[in-house]
Design a protein around this ligand. Structure first.
Ligand code: SF4
Length: 81
């Protein structure tokens, strides 16, 4: 499973940080940071989701009020939101 985080869209409400610990608050920027991610295009960050974190990652995507987080399965199909 892969997660994609559009940091430009993020409005820093920090609901995601309560769902998956890979999302961290960056109060200086007013944005979340996705730990261990790579920037795939400008302000879009991606990383693999470990098997034991799949539920938490999907929850983080569900609670984001601006849909800045998307989760894809290994075939590239979007699962959430
Ligand atoms: S829930 Fe969405 S808007 Fe809020 S910090 Fe996380 S990614 Fe940003």
């Amino acid at each position: 499973m892969r997660i994609e985080f559009d940091r430009d869209t993020c409005t820093g409400m920090f609901q995601c940080t309560a769902e998956w610990e890979a999302f961290e608050e960056n109060r200086d920027d007013g944005k979340a940071d996705l730990r261990d991610s790579e920037e795939s295009e400008e302000d879009v960050f991606v990383r693999e989701v470990p098997d034991d974190a799949e539920f938490d990652a999907k929850m983080a995507a569900r609670v984001c009020p601006v849909d800045a987080i998307r989760v894809y399965d290994d075939d590239g199909e979007q699962l959430v939101p």
